[in-house]
Write a protein that binds this ligand. Structure first.
Ligand code: GDP
Length: 443
């Protein structure tokens, strides 16, 4: 799957050969190719439109790092946006409720609900060490109940025995009671599907949803359906409070459109993908890994990361040198320190990485992530000369800078005195404290 899309996207790099910068006109052609590639992959139109607009916005004027070609830089942007339309963050299954955590499976007939129920039971038992009960409410196809029973046997999970003549609501109520009495952590409820969207089916599953109050209502959808999958997903999302999606049959020759569209259209995250018929064929979904797979350019993506890393490292080394000598440390360096903090996930994330003593000291300084941005804003409003030698700043310039960056003069003064302190500290560290501090950081 994705082969075609991958091939087309690598062609895009070639169209930018020989260019030195990404400009509005040279990326226009590349964007047209990307658009075509997405259309052929059966990605939903509104998704394509949004995607292209976002890539364009990020790519025009994008600074191309020395070691990369504009084509590679564009791949970097496309990669980030692919991750973004597929959900950005990996979305975990939610089981945080009083047991049993009920997972309701919804979807059309043949989508892979029953198979995915069995796979999910196995996954939860193995990965999360849960005691799982499988329940079938599909009374219309007696074979469906038996199919789930066989799957339960194969994955070694418990199966709720349905009595002949029981209605879906009755099964659900009895199963819930059974799961409570037998201390199941999770109860997976398979439901009846129809060949198409159907009022009776929607009504039945809505009733089950109200009755069971599931912590997860997962929409199971066949990736091979392309655009149709997207329409069905929308209909289900409108009728049911879905919490996530299982995209099945990704191992088939699907063009990939569904994977790229469902999260964007429904606003619900893909939580799992079905990648084989066998019961081990279920994987937690990682948007970043999927985006890399779609681009199929492990080598280029590695290069982009490396370029990013080495730029960071070069800057950090330069700063380190200045800190060591205590000479030439100016407001631009001060700003870079803040930016590096931001890259490391902000102050809060950094705090956890610091040794206890330092962490305490940092807490006393009370800088939060908002302060970082304001600090940057103030420094940006200064001229080059002022950044290098802040002592030349007169009261009138401070007022201008404050107005230009939307803060008060007091804040500008506060920043300047913080900078002075940092510079002083640097000189102190230079007199022998540095090595001691670094030793502390390694601990
Ligand atoms: P249901 O009607 O939604 O319950 O669908 P089933 O679970 O019965 O699945 C329909 C068919 O799709 C079965 O033949 C499954 O083996 C197959 N199937 C389900 N998931 C996958 C998958 O991820 N990959 C492949 N290759 N086949 C799958």
């Amino acid at each position: 799957m994705f082969d075609n899309l991958t091939g087309k996207l690598s062609g895009v790099i070639k169209t930018l050969r020989g260019e030195t910068r990404l400009t509005e006109s040279n990326i226009q052609k590349a964007l047209r190719e990307i658009r075509l590639a997405l259309l052929e992959a059966d990605v939903a139109l509104p998704v394509i439109k949004d995607f292209i607009a976002r890539v364009k916005e990020k790519a025009v004027g994008h600074e191309v790092m020395n070691s990369l070609t504009p084509g590679q830089a564009l791949v970097g942007v496309v990669h980030q946006e692919l991750i973004s339309i597929m959900g950005r963050e990996k979305s975990d299954i939610n089981l945080s409720t009083v047991p049993p955590a009920v997972i309701l499976m919804a979807g059309l007939q043949g989508a892979g609900k029953t198979t995915s129920s069995g796979k999910l039971a196995k996954w939860l038992m193995e990965q999360k060490k849960k005691k799982v009960l499988l329940v079938s409410c599909d009374i219309y196809r007696p074979a469906a109940i038996h199919q789930l029973e066989l799957l339960a046997e194969q994955v070694n999970s418990d199966f709720f025995p349905v009595k002949p003549g029981q209605k879906p609501n009755e099964i659900a109520t009895a199963a819930l009671d059974y799961a409570r009495r037998h201390h199941h952590d999770v109860m997976i409820v398979d439901t009846a599907g129809r060949l198409g969207i159907d009022d009776a089916m929607m009504q039945e599953i809505s009733q089950l949803e109200t009755l069971l109050q599931p912590i997860e209502t997962l929409f199971v959808v066949d990736a091979m359906q392309g655009q149709d999958a997207v329409n069905t997903a929308k209909a289900f999302a409108d009728a049911l409070p879905l919490t996530g999606i299982i995209l099945t049959k990704l191992d088939g020759d699907a063009r990939g459109g569904a994977a790229l569209s469902v999260q964007h259209i429904t606003g619900k995250p893909i939580k799992f993908t079905g990648i084989a018929e066998k019961l081990t064929g279920l994987e937690a979904f990682h948007p970043d890994r999927m985006a890399s797979r779609i681009l199929g350019m492990g080598d280029v993506l590695g290069l982009i990361e490396e370029a990013q890393r080495s730029t960071d490292q070069r800057e950090a080394e330069k700063l380190m040198k200045k800190m060591k000598s205590g000479k030439g440390f100016d407001l631009d360096d001060f700003k870079m320190q803040f930016q590096q903090m931001k890259k490391m996930g902000g102050i809060t994330a950094m705090m956890d990485k610091l040794p206890a003593q330092l962490s305490q000291a940092a807490q006393n300084v009370k800088v939060d992530d908002k302060v970082i941005s304001r600090t940057e804003g103030i420094i940006n409003a200064m001229t080059r000369q002022e950044r290098a030698k802040p002592e030349i700043l007169k009261a009138s310039r401070k007022r201008r800078i404050a107005a230009g960056s939307g803060v008060t003069v007091q804040e500008v003064n506060r920043l300047l005195s913080q900078f002075e302190q940092a510079r002083k500290m640097m000189k102190m560290m230079n007199k022998g404290g540095m090595t001691k501090m670094m030793r502390g950081l390694k601990g």
